[in-house]
Design a protein. Structure first.
Length: 166
């Protein structure tokens, strides 16, 4: 799906997606792990998936993870290092020029509308306002290492409250 955003270069798309998703998921887990571990340590029975308290605990952890990850994701999207929502405001059709049309017909479009949307996407020149940017390799590596460090510190601090066992 990302190849169209990186000039048709598959490996470039893999490399850039790996950077953005690694940084993003490190921050999601920075928010989730302390919540999951602290609540599990203080809420008997919430460790078992058959118990509704497990799903409540995981839902709270997911919300906290999303809140913690929001700033880095906002920065990634604002600096065109990660894609945001790939549709145009007010439109149910795919964004033109991005090559992200599903081969399956949309449930929201009839066949003629789908043909028009597909042909518009396939023939439209790439838009420069959707072009993704790159960071120098050293800076990208430093950001990845930095987010891993933040995650490790979060787990270490959590271990001060509840024992972290593997």
């Amino acid at each position: 799906m990302m190849v169209g955003m990186y000039d048709g270069d598959y490996w470039k798309a893999v490399r850039k997606t790996f950077f953005a998703e690694t940084v993003s998921m490190n921050m999601v887990m920075t928010g989730m792990l302390p919540v999951m571990l602290i609540l599990a340590g203080h809420w008997p029975g919430s460790e078992e998936p058959h118990n509704p308290s497990f799903w409540f605990r995981m839902s709270v952890a997911t919300i906290v993870g999303g809140v913690v990850a929001y700033p880095i994701n906002h920065w990634l999207v604002a600096n065109r290092l990660k894609h945001g929502c790939m549709t145009l405001p007010g439109s149910d059709a795919p964004a033109p020029g991005l090559g992200l049309v599903s081969p399956e017909p949309s449930m929201m479009m009839d066949h003629a509308q789908m043909q028009h949307a597909t042909s518009a996407v396939d023939t439209a020149p790439p838009k420069s306002d959707h072009a993704m940017t790159e960071l120098p390799s050293g800076r990208a590596a430093a950001i990845i290492v930095g987010t891993f460090a933040i995650l490790v510190v979060a787990v270490w601090l959590t271990n001060l409250v509840v024992p972290v066992r593997y």
